[in-house]
Design a protein around this ligand. Sequence first.
Ligand SMILES: NC(=O)c1ccc[n+]([C@@H]2O[C@H](COP(=O)([O-])OP(=O)(O)OC[C@H]3O[C@@H](n4cnc5c(N)ncnc54)[C@H](OP(=O)(O)O)[C@@H]3O)[C@@H](O)[C@H]2O)c1
Length: 380
Amino acid sequence: MQPLAVLGATGYTGGLVLEAARQAGLPVRLVGRRRDALEAAARHGEEVRVADARDPVALATAFEGAFAVASCAGPFLTVGFAPVAAAIQAGAHYLDTSGEQPFARLVYERFDEPARARGVTVLTSFGFDYVPGDLAARLAADGLEPLDEVVAAYCVDGFVASAGTRRTLGHVMTQPQVAFEHGRLVESRFGATTRRIRFPAGEHTVVEWSGTEPLTVPRHTDVRNVRSYVRAPKAAAWGARASRVAAPVVKLSGAFGGGPSPERRARERFAVLAEARGGHGGRRVVLAGRDVYGFTALLVVRGAEALRAGEARSAGVAAPAEAFDARAFVARLAPLPDRARRAALTSEDAPTLRPCVGSGRSASTSAISAVTGRATRASA
Ligand SMILES: NC(=O)c1ccc[n+]([C@@H]2O[C@H](COP(=O)([O-])OP(=O)(O)OC[C@H]3O[C@@H](n4cnc5c(N)ncnc54)[C@H](OP(=O)(O)O)[C@@H]3O)[C@@H](O)[C@H]2O)c1
């Protein structure tokens, strides 16, 4: 069986992806720049290939014969581009854990044509950032297009960032970001707009951030305006003006520590909400779960399995809900067997789309159980 090549296999997220892939029975190949560390992380019989993420020749050899590449080596704006090119050249599908909107934008621009020509699918930002927002948006939009607006909003309780995430954040804070306004991408910035959003656990202020939904949602949904938000106090929007000053400090903090323990991760709870509004009414969809890093690893592995099964609807660079049917993919996120359950999702906390409240003349309620794949829809 062809392996899934995991680049950044010595890292915190790479380690979780390896674990989830083994649980799923996917053969893995560990790729990174330090042979000793790779060999220490490999299990008996697993392949190891040494390649720096900036070395196209070494990457080509490392990815040869893999059915897909999962890149967990960041910051992606710094080291992320050569792995995408090398995966395409090797004829392997590609997924990554980037949460960097400017990187995703360049991946769509640069790699769509080469990936189409090679017949492979490229899925960027395919982790907690920002798959749930894109899937929830697609489900919220069902039957209501054309839409005036889609809003994605993330709410996380108890999150502890890994060192790699902090280092990456230090880079992203100084990058320009975009929103989708009146049918086109426009410049925006962290905190450019704020709103009040009713999450299942209560109403909170959310602040605009650099989610990739403004890039991905218009690819599969007829909509004029898309913005992405994260729960944060209003003051965070003002504080964002100081991000150029704060960025080096945040980057420096990424030199210390690893990632949260499994016990810490198990305490994290998230709710990702999408609101769709248009002339035909509106709908809210919530995707809820726990363990941000475990969920990221689960998404990468379920995405790789779906690519392997030939479920991708197109070659090229694709948004999550463009590559896969959103309902079918949510159903793929069913709970893992017992051992992995601790690290990722429990049956109670598996992604679920909760009853939603619509607005407008044909408001509707929709609920899907990710565990059973059962879908119900009823008028509100
Ligand atoms: N958005 C999300 O939902 C989400 C979730 C998880 C992670 N992420 C992102 O994923 C990335 C990894 O995070 P992490 O916490 O796993 O960080 P980490 O523990 O520091 O791991 C980074 C990995 O990248 C490797 N790497 C870095 N530069 C490399 C190079 N030039 N050549 C080869 N390998 C290189 C490192 O190798 P060495 O061990 O040799 O240093 C390590 O394996 C970050 O950018 C983070 O923001 C995003």
